[in-house]
Design a protein around this ligand. Structure first.
Ligand SMILES: [Fe+2]
Ligand SMILES: [Fe+2]
Length: 284
């Protein structure tokens, strides 16, 4: 296995002029991705602790090294999204109670009671979801009209989700190749992920006074239904995950990720810098 993961730090300043309307074409998508930003630090901490706990059972040194680079990338995602929380506060959102509630009701009990094989399977599943969400957003250029600093954050994260999408799956396979274990993780994780994302989206749209606007419901339909077809796309990607022959690399979309890294290089903003090895923060 080749190791092709580069941990990077996202250093855009997150200016004070970023409003809750940072994506003019869709307040709904902005609310979905703001929810993602709220949940990322706790999510990524869970991935990091789980993969770290499985490392002693991984005998392939190349996969172990790649998994450590994966942990470093996820740590940088958590750092960058948490930095953006200051902007969410400034936009008037109240979300910290929601974030703490998610931590207490999901990650803490899962980490206390679920065995490692199940936690690994959950991480593998959510990494598949992260990767296909990234694939759809980049393929359809959904953030084309977004504020550049937020677009940069989201698309850098999407690109690295594509870059490292095979790692959690490969670690799960190394730990246990059981198809039943994979499906158990899917059945637990997918409903939980979409319930939390929907709750967060509704909360933010309500706080912004947009929940009951006609335009919001039209945007919902456009994103999930007729336009970006996210519901159909999600079902197809989840179905692919249930197949015994599934592997994340069967969908070759590395070019989408490379285009993001190349754009950052061309724009010369120095927002993406190599992260120092071993400099990522502790997982909790
Ligand atoms: Fe991530
Ligand atoms: Fe990831």
């Amino acid at each position: 296995m080749s190791i092709d993961l580069t941990p990077r730090r996202y250093a855009a300043p997150f200016s004070d002029d970023i409003t809750s309307g940072w994506l003019p074409s869709s307040a709904v998508i902005a609310a979905v991705l703001d929810t993602y930003t709220i949940l990322v630090p706790a999510n990524e901490g869970f991935y990091m602790r789980t993969i770290n706990a499985a490392l002693p059972k991984v005998s392939d040194p190349a996969l172990r090294e790649a998994a450590q680079a994966f942990i470093h990338q996820e740590a940088e995602h958590g750092v960058a999204h948490r930095r953006y929380w200051r902007n969410l506060d400034a936009q008037g959102y109240r979300f910290r109670g929601f974030e703490r509630w998610v931590e207490r009701l999901t990650f803490q009990p899962v980490e206390k009671f679920a065995p490692l094989w199940l936690r690994l399977s959950m991480v593998s599943c959510v990494e598949h979801i992260n990767a296909f969400v990234a694939h759809e957003f980049l393929r359809q250029d959904i953030l084309a009209d977004a504020h550049p600093e937020v677009r940069g954050l989201m698309e850098w994260h999407f690109a690295e989700e594509i870059e490292h999408k095979h790692i959690a799956f490969d670690v799960l396979q190394a730990y246990t190749p059981s198809h039943t274990v994979r499906i158990a993780g899917l059945l637990l994780t997918a409903p939980l992920f979409y319930a939390l994302m929907s709750l967060g989206m509704v909360m933010l749209l309500w706080q912004a006074g947009r929940l009951f606007k006609r335009s919001t419901w039209a945007q919902l339909w456009r994103h999930f239904g007729s336009g970006h077809r996210m519901v159909t796309g999600t079902l197809c990607h989840l179905w692919a995950y249930t197949k015994p022959s599934f592997h994340p690399d069967r969908l070759d979309d590395r070019a989408l990720a490379d285009a993001v890294f190349a754009r950052h290089g061309r724009e010369g903003t120095a927002w993406l810098t190599p992260a120092k090895r071993g400099a990522h923060p502790p997982s909790r």
